[in-house]
Write a protein that binds this ligand. Structure first.
Ligand code: BDR
Ligand code: CA
Length: 314
């Protein structure tokens, strides 16, 4: 059975990614590695523990990851992140704190490395926040690039503008150097960027379907998503719903046939004025070995149907 690690800055859509994976009986979530981004690290850890409990999976271990970018020494949540995800990261919906704590025998970086050593090609790593944890793991154990099954990441954009600024997507903006290290490492990467995630939208009609399920899990998810849709009505009124960024990456980790991809070696620009832009790497254009796939098409209806069904499985 395919093993999954979710690497999260939890975050409303990160919480949706957890739900998607836990509602997918064909994969096993072997752990969550927490990081900073939509929230500070400690809030992310709190959310990951509380959400896995609420969804009926208290067996999922949560590991402490990086609290700031590779080139920074601290991190503060932006006003726009707090507006989109709420002060607590999960739409200001109240759920009970977990009685569990973060794992203490290993940190996130060591858990990633140990899991690659244990599961090899059976392991898919799914980062849906900044790529800082996997960058640190690649710095510490570079050989894992050849051993891991795949890295299915939410972040970046190739054919459309950014969402954090016109040239940069939010996850990459948090740590461009980390993502550049990942892209150039030679590890297998499937990039699920705004090119496809802005095509997969959730509306109040969908959240009403979840509310109709009537379980505490489905009600929590519906309340959280309503907050997210409302924020999108202000920030991106042209879309007509909220972008299902992180759950789409989770879905592709389960079933890669949901997207069509372009094989291309990418890089991240790290200098102003386009710091954080993801673009084809001109120094590796003639390199016949393409280690990256960038999603450029998505089966929207199939994904949305799968998502609705899998929430019913929880
Ligand atoms: C990404 O940025 C974060 O705010 C979301 O959780 C998602 O991972 C979308 O650009
Ligand atoms: Ca995220």
């Amino acid at each position: 059975m395919k093993k999954i690690i979710l690497d999260l800055d939890t975050g409303i859509d990160d919480a949706l990614a957890i739900s998607y994976i836990l509602g997918s009986p064909e994969v096993e979530l072997i752990g969550i590695t927490s990081t900073f981004g939509n929230v500070v690290l400690e809030q992310g850890i709190r959310n990951d523990l509380a959400i896995t409990d609420l969804l009926g999976h208290p067996e999922v271990p949560v590991y402490r990851g990086q609290s700031h970018a590779l080139t920074a020494d601290s991190f503060t949540v932006s006003d726009i992140s707090a507006f989109i995800h709420g002060k607590n990261g999960i739409g200001d919906v109240e759920i009970p704190d977990s009685k569990r704590t973060v794992e203490t025998d290993m940190n996130a970086v060591d858990f990633i490395i140990a899991s690659v050593k244990k599961y090899g090609k059976d392991l898919t790593f799914v980062p849906t926040g900044p790529e800082t944890n996997i960058a640190k793991a690649l710095q510490k154990a570079p050989e894992i690039k050849d051993e891991i099954g795949n890295i299915v990441m939410m972040g970046g954009a190739l054919t459309v503008c950014g969402n954090s600024a016109p040239w940069v997507e939010a996850n990459i903006s948090q740590d461009p150097e980390a993502c550049d290290l990942l892209f150039r490492s030679g590890a297998p990467v499937t990039m699920i960027g705004l090119d496809v995630t802005l095509q997969t939208l959730m509306t109040y009609e969908h959240s009403e379907q979840w509310r109709g399920i009537g379980t505490p899990a489905a009600t929590f998810l519906a309340d959280m998503v309503d907050f997210y849709i409302k924020a999108y009505e202000t920030t991106s009124p042209h879309l007509g719903g909220c972008g299902l960024h992180d759950p789409l990456a989770a879905a592709v980790a389960v079933d890669p046939t949901l997207v069509t991809t372009l094989p291309i070696n990418m890089k991240v620009e790290t200098e102003a004025p386009t710091r954080g832009r993801t673009i084809g790497d001109n120094t590796r254009l003639n390199n016949s070995k393409k280690t990256m796939q960038v999603a450029v098409g998505v089966d929207v209806d199939r994904f949305l149907n799968e998502f609705m069904t899998r929430i019913g499985n929880l």
